[in-house]
Design a protein around this ligand. Structure first.
Ligand SMILES: [Cu+2]
Length: 124
């Protein structure tokens, strides 16, 4: 996980260099670079649907999060509304959330464990 995150940082670093190159070519180049940066923020296409939830507890040590969630129906996980603890795929997912936050997340069945694979605070 950490390695792939570092790879992502490396890719972003390369894009920032590209922005600088475009900037020297004038405003038209800047626009193109801007589009490129925007597209990087778009989530990769996934069959996994976003679910809504509210954070009840965060446990970075054990890479888990307790979420009160609505109905979940993803490619590999289906359940009704409840409050439960999930494993998280990467503990960096937990760095921006705290109890009380409303979140959107995706869950996948990884080795039989319902695992949160993406997590972001909902914009109200
Ligand atoms: Cu559940």
């Amino acid at each position: 996980m950490k390695k792939s995150f570092l790879n992502l940082v490396a890719v972003c670093g390369l894009s920032i260099l590209a922005v600088n190159v475009y900037a020297e070519q004038g405003s038209k180049g800047m626009d193109m670079a801007g589009m490129k940066m925007d597209s990087m923020q778009v989530k990769p296409a996934s069959a996994t649907a976003l679910s809504d939830g509210e954070v009840k507890a965060v446990d970075k040590e054990n890479k888990s999060i307790t979420l009160k969630h609505g109905r979940i129906k993803s490619a590999t996980v289906e359940m009704g509304a409840m409050t439960m603890q999930f494993a998280v795929k990467d503990k960096t997912l937990l760095s921006n959330v705290k109890a009380g936050d409303k979140v959107k997340f995706t869950v996948e069945n990884i080795d039989g464990i319902a695992t949160v694979t993406t997590l972001s605070v909902s914009k109200q």
